[in-house]
Design a protein around this ligand. Structure first.
Ligand SMILES: [Zn+2]
Length: 388
């Protein structure tokens, strides 16, 4: 018997621009707001809801596609880190372990809805420009839904991620440079061949709006578990800010529904100055080149949605160097949490914001641990001790 098609949430009324706030009819706008694009000010569109449920008893009712079989993403553990809270000097500290998602990262919250949207509109092939977690995640969810999947990457892709994508049956294609991936994706998406999960515009906008909407669930879960007032600051490893924006919007939606009084401040953790430079006055459409080992939050660009998210939740941006992230990756592993280097940077970001006085000593902090460390490929420099 054929699987029923996903049913769009009946409260969705359109897509609203995160910059000019114009609402457009329900459709796919891969290059963001048409009005802002015509003024060379690229900005994402976001799912617009007529109203929200009166309670959080059924989180599915808050989502763009409420009911459809999935791989079991979300409801990840929120782990209390009392020793680290004391060491750093904050009231409480928790880590939301997104590495516990089915493919090992937060991207599963997005892939679920990209795939459901593709099924809804009859697309047969989903695609992404990715050299990491997003590609693995989309390949997994496409396989589960019986869709074709194409991941456009670069020749030097981490072999662990390559293995996972190929095991899921997705097609891997490579371009010489990361930027060239976007052109390939753009050509095939505009031709109607591929349904894209990720951005392909330059300057960029956020990822597929139906997918980004899935990140709101992180706010719902944190709020539901901790209750009102017990989270004052959230730190999010950030590149083009899909996750940052989703969490900020989730809290805005909870406040609109009357379910939270105060929203936490949400801070972007980045590997070199991009968002922080724009907050200091530079043009968000500029290029911000930099080198870093934090590859999952790399890239030289900023999106307007990052600025929208930080403005809506009075957040900040903090730059973390590789050495600090490496130290904190070890520190978290010694607490039982083996996270990707880019995820561990959230802890480094907290240390820095406490020293700067941006995060107060009575703060109740949540770090978003975006991805498991198991995907990292790291050659060993010492042998295992032989016994027997
Ligand atoms: Zn606009």
């Amino acid at each position: 018997m054929p699987r029923p098609l996903p049913r769009l949430n009946p409260h969705v009324t359109g897509l609203r621009c995160v910059r000019c706030r114009t609402v457009f009819p329900i459709a796919d706008y891969f290059e963001g707001c048409p009005a802002c694009l015509s003024h060379h000010m690229p900005a994402s569109l976001a799912i617009e809801y007529r109203e929200f449920p009166a309670s959080m008893t059924c989180l599915a009712d808050w989502q763009v596609y409420p009911d459809h079989p999935t791989l079991g993403e979300g409801n990840t553990p929120l782990i209390t880190l009392d020793g680290l809270a004391k060491e750093i000097g904050v009231r409480t500290l928790c880590l939301k372990n997104e590495g516990a998602n089915p493919s090992g990262s937060h991207k599963d919250r997005m892939s679920r809805f990209v795939v459901q949207r593709a099924l809804d509109i009859g697309a047969s092939t989903v695609a992404a420009a990715s050299s990491g977690n997003a590609g693995v995640s989309l390949a997994a969810y496409a396989a589960h839904a019986g869709l074709n999947c194409v991941i456009v990457t670069t020749p030097d892709m981490n072999p662990n991620w390559r293995r996972a994508i190929e095991m899921h049956g997705a097609t891997l294609l490579a371009t010489e440079t990361p930027e060239r991936r976007w052109q390939v994706l753009a050509d095939r998406a505009r031709a109607g061949d591929w349904y894209p999960a990720t951005n392909f515009s330059v300057p960029p906008v956020g990822s597929n709006p139906f997918g980004v909407d899935g990140y709101r669930s992180l706010a719902f879960e944190i709020s539901h578990e901790l209750g009102t007032g017990s989270c004052t600051d959230i730190l999010v490893p950030t590149a083009r800010a899909d996750l940052l924006w989703g969490i900020a919007r989730g809290y805005c939606d909870l406040q609109t529904a009357g379910l939270v009084k105060e929203r936490p401040r949400i801070h972007a953790v980045e590997p070199f100055g991009r968002i922080s430079k724009v907050l200091a006055g530079e043009d968000y459409r500029a290029n911000f080149p930099g080198h870093s080992a934090l590859t999952s939050i790399g890239g030289a660009t900023v999106t307007y949605q990052a600025l929208d998210a930080l403005a809506s939740c009075k957040g900040s941006a903090v730059v973390i160097e590789d050495k600090a992230a490496r130290d904190d990756q070890m520190r978290l592993a010694r607490c039982g949490l083996y996270l990707e280097l880019s995820s561990a940077a959230a802890l480094s970001g907290l240390r820095k914001l406490v020293v700067q006085g941006v995060v107060a000593s009575d703060a109740a902090v949540v770090l978003v641990g975006t991805s498991s460390g198991f995907s990292e490929f790291q050659p060993f420099t010492h042998p295992i001790a032989l016994v027997g």
